[in-house]
Design a protein around this ligand. Structure first.
Ligand SMILES: CC(C)(COP(=O)(O)OP(=O)(O)OC[C@H]1O[C@@H](n2cnc3c(N)ncnc32)[C@H](O)[C@@H]1OP(=O)(O)O)[C@@H](O)C(=O)NCCC(=O)NCCS
Length: 156
């Protein structure tokens, strides 16, 4: 891992840092209420500066139900993209939950979001379906691509 940054679980007091990350780097910002809700009810990890744990450069939030987990958002500060940060964070989610018995990982992504699609495919996710016209865009609607990764329990 890049030694400038470390991964840690998010805590409630990260809400302002995550709200700022969401506001400045998320092309479809969630806003404070959804960020706070995610911190309260989901699993959350952040990538932060090793020397300053309050400086957050990336966030991953996911839900879990028994042996399945669904990625809700992975978001990297637009100033530090293409350094492998999202890949490390998503791999951390997979490894952490797989050790706890999660075997199936799910996500959906806008079909226009090629950066995310390339990221997920590089990590082994497979396209299993589409929800047509699922997302609103500035000019109309676009489909959601549904991806899964099934992994033997206890991997990593
Ligand atoms: C998608 C996103 C999380 C990627 O973060 P990142 O830290 O820049 O990604 P990484 O550096 O870990 O990239 C890993 C791999 O993903 C693919 N990838 C990432 N960004 C890419 C881009 N802009 N174009 C093409 N491929 C890309 C590449 O295969 C890359 O490997 P490489 O750099 O060795 O070629 C980031 O662009 C982002 O935060 N986007 C806005 C939020 C979002 O759309 N999240 C996903 C939907 S939930």
């Amino acid at each position: 891992m890049n030694s400038t940054y470390v991964i840690r679980p998010a805590v409630e007091s990260d809400v302002l840092g995550l709200e700022s990350l969401d506001k400045h780097s998320n092309p479809h910002p969630w806003g404070r209420t959804l960020v706070a809700d995610a911190l309260e009810v989901r699993l959350n990890w952040v990538m932060c500066e090793a020397q300053n744990p309050n400086t957050i450069v990336a966030w991953l939030t996911a839900s879990r139900c028994v042996d399945q987990s669904e990625l809700e958002l992975v978001l990297v500060d637009s100033n530090v993209r293409r350094q492998g940060i999202a890949k490390q964070l998503v791999q951390h989610w997979l490894d952490s939950l797989n050790k706890q018995g999660v075997a199936e990982f799910l996500l959906e992504v806008r079909e226009s979001n090629l950066a995310a699609i390339y990221l997920y495919e590089a990590l082994g996710f497979e396209l299993v379906g589409r929800r047509k016209q699922y997302y609103q865009t500035e000019t109309g609607r676009e489909s959601a691509c549904l991806y899964t990764l099934v992994s033997p329990v206890g991997r990593g």
